[in-house]
Design a binder for this molecule. Structure first.
Ligand code: ADP
Ligand code: MG
Length: 260
């Protein structure tokens, strides 16, 4: 192979090298920084620091995106996106305290109770996003999906493996408990999971029915109270009694018609 007629310039070669090393953010800014250093606007040390800062930020942002993706949130929203003035029944200091994740260290739980559209899932996701940012293994799942998943695992003889996945998460968010009834087998599986996480790992549950009414959801009052007992032993219960945010622009009497 013959040598190229025109040798690549030093900044050009540096950029190619950085690209080959996968340092995309540094590669993109290399020619610009080379010019700044050549003109005396920046020292080499300054340029190197700024370029590596940008690369570190890019790597961290991608890593966070990957972990948020794995957490399986239905949407990604934070407390900054939440309008507390719309929902005065919800204590902002209590929610902010939860988002600082002390409850995770104490292995406590959170139950968010309220009718559809009041912001239960939003708050659960926002706390979950903070947990992911703090590198806590977090997973969001709808109650029906969780029950279905455990049942399928049981049928395939793989229940223990699946239980272990859910049991070892630092934060499990179970959304929409109570929207659909859970049969006896499903309730037993949920009880097993809640027992395994009890006082070891934190769980956030959102529900549209008060915990007192869970007997109907789980068919069996004994299993229902066993689940509620473990979940609520070390627990912050947040009751949101306001209007649905989804129908906030409609006339107030339309609220009752909104879906979950
Ligand atoms: P649910 O209580 O049924 O789980 P969600 O939390 O999913 O309701 O809220 C429904 C929608 O309204 C979501 O898009 C959510 O982000 C938004 N929302 C709810 N409450 C608020 C609020 N107080 N401020 C901003 N957005 C909100
Ligand atoms: Mg919801």
């Amino acid at each position: 192979m013959s040598a190229p007629l025109v040798e690549a310039s030093a900044p050009e070669r540096a950029r190619n090298n950085l690209e080959e090393l996968g340092l995309d953010a540094m590669a993109a800014s290399a020619p610009e920084y080379a010019a700044l250093v050549a003109s005396g606007s920046k020292t080499f040390a300054q340029a190197l620091m700024e370029m590596t800062d940008a690369q570190v930020a890019a790597v961290r942002a991608r890593d966070l995106d990957r972990r948020v993706e794995k957490a399986n949130f239905p949407y990604v929203k934070t407390l900054a996106d939440f309008d507390f003035s719309f929902q005065p029944s919800l204590s902002r200091p209590v929610v902010e305290e939860l988002a600082s994740l002390g409850f995770l260290e104490r292995r406590e739980n959170v139950v968010l109770v309220g009718s559809p559209g009041v912001g239960k899932t939003h708050i659960a996701v926002a706390i979950g996003v903070e947990a992911v940012r703090a590198r806590k293994l977090t997973y969001f799942v709808d109650c029906q999906r969780l029950v279905g998943d455990l049942k399928r695992a049981a049928e395939k003889g793989a229940l223990e493996r699946r239980m272990r996945f859910y049991a070892h998460l630092s934060l499990l968010i179970v959304d929409e408990v109570g929207y659909l009834d859970v049969d006896k087998e499903g309730a037993d599986l949920l009880f097993q999971l809640v027992s395994r996480r009890y006082e070891r790992r934190s769980t956030i549950v959102t529900t549209n029915v008060g915990i007192g009414a869970w007997a109907k959801v789980f068919g069996d009052p004994v299993v229902a109270s066993a689940i509620a007992d473990r979940l609520c032993h070390h627990c912050t219960v947040l009751k949101i009694t306001g209007r649905s945010y989804r129908t906030k622009d409609l006339a107030p009497d339309r609220d009752a018609e909104s879906g979950g």
